[in-house]
Design a protein around this ligand. Structure first.
Ligand SMILES: Nc1ncnc2c1ncn2[C@@H]1O[C@H](COP(=O)(O)OP(=O)(O)O)[C@@H](O)[C@H]1O
Ligand SMILES: [Mg+2]
Length: 358
């Protein structure tokens, strides 16, 4: 097992800088998820760790070894991609064992490792099949088996579940979490799906535009997002936002105002804002509840009655689309006006630089 240290990593493709100074420490045995929107640099960063992209600047340590110039095959890593690229003419058994065969591992050792991986991945009954006779989920498990038999120090996964249907994604993500537990290996997992990140990670790294936005345990990012981007990215449905102005700044509280929601007094350490500052107010859909005199109101656009809860899409008077998730069944009419309030403790504020200030 090995940890990793990324020190001020940069990557440019020609004149375009894609990774912009990433610092990151990953411990032995951690399950780390890189998450962020498409194009933010997740795959590039993973490929730099794998050695499939060279490092423009900075240092990459795997264990104690500076790996910038170490060949991919000598880094002690195995990578599993979204497209699993199995050999179609080989059986599952031979696909899993192919790397060991190339490395001239003795036949008995090869057999033992292939069967052990097949057992972990519940592929034992399928060892004689060809990839064409397998489902998408089974093929992805074969690709993971191929990585396991190499006994890498570090597993790298790049959106391995993206090609699977929703139900299979849920079960595969549970299997991968269990596999991580069984193998006790360091795993780095890339996804654009924040639910995958929340459910699988020991530690989430939120990337945007090649810059790390925040690193932390899933629940810490949810409860304590550092900035507007993380607040909007982590959590489903997304946090609602509206622009407000700091109207008066008092002792330990600030009165924020907008034409859409009127005035709300929010407890806040007053040295962080001054009168006239432009702020963004954020509130999670689950924090809203119906109230005839609440500040948040709009027109109902869509109601999803799930029985245990009701998801309401509504539009504020400035045209912003907001969501509320209400407990129980709320038979709201399309086009009607609804009003919500929120516990003041659930209100987030962000400054003009998009940092969270409460
Ligand atoms: N080989 C390449 N040459 C030029 N630009 C690239 C190359 N690979 C990736 N990029 C660019 O780098 C950015 C990050 O890409 P990528 O790491 O694949 O993002 P993600 O995996 O987060 O979707 C994108 O703008 C992409 O177009
Ligand atoms: Mg990618």
């Amino acid at each position: 097992m090995a940890g990793l240290n990324l020190k001020n990593l940069y990557k440019s493709f020609g004149a375009v800088e894609v990774i912009k100074g990433v610092d990151l420490d990953i411990d032995h045995g951690e399950f780390v998820v890189f998450v962020g929107p498409s194009g933010c640099g997740k795959s590039t960063l993973l490929r730099m760790i794998a050695g499939l992209e060279n490092i423009t600047e900075g240092e990459l340590f795997i264990g104690e070894t500076l790996c910038n110039n170490v060949e991919p095959r000598d880094r002690g890593i195995a990578m599993v991609f979204q497209s699993y690229a199995l050999y179609p003419h080989m059986t599952v058994y031979d696909n899993i064992g192919f790397g060991l065969k190339l490395a001239r591992a003795p036949k008995e050792e090869r057999d033992r490792k292939v069967r052990e991986a097949a057992r972990m991945l519940q592929l034992e009954p399928l060892l004689d099949r060809k990839p064409g006779q397998l489902s998408g989920g089974q093929r992805q498990r074969v690709a993971i088996g191929r990585a396991i038999v190499r006994q890498p120090e570090v597993f790298l996964f790049d959106e391995p579940l993206s090609n699977l249907d929703a139900a299979l994604r849920v079960s595969m993500r549970q299997e991968l979490t269990k596999l991580h537990h069984d193998l006790d290996a360091t795993m780095i997992y890339v996804t654009h799906d924040q639910v995958e990140a929340m459910t699988m990670a020991d530690k989430i790294v939120v990337l945007n535009g090649g810059v790390v936005q925040q690193v932390g345990a899933p629940i810490d990012l949810y409860q304590d997002p550092a900035n507007l981007f993380v607040a909007g990215f982590i959590g489903s449905p997304k946090m609602n936002f509206i622009e407000v102005t700091a109207k008066t700044v008092g002792k330990g509280e600030v009165l924020v105002q907008s034409d859409v929601i009127g005035e709300i007094s929010v407890p806040l350490n007053s040295d962080r804002v001054k009168t006239g500052d432009k702020l963004t107010l954020g509130i999670r859909p689950h924090a809203l509840s119906r109230s005839d005199d609440g500040p948040f109101s709009g027109q109902v656009e869509l109601v999803e009655r799930l029985g245990n809860e009701t998801v309401v899409n509504f539009t504020l008077s400035n045209g912003s689309a907001w969501m509320a998730v209400l407990d129980g069944d709320e038979p709201l009419k399309l086009g009607s006006e609804v009003r919500f309030s929120a516990d003041v403790g659930a209100i987030c504020l962000f400054d003009a630089a998009e940092r969270r200030i409460r």
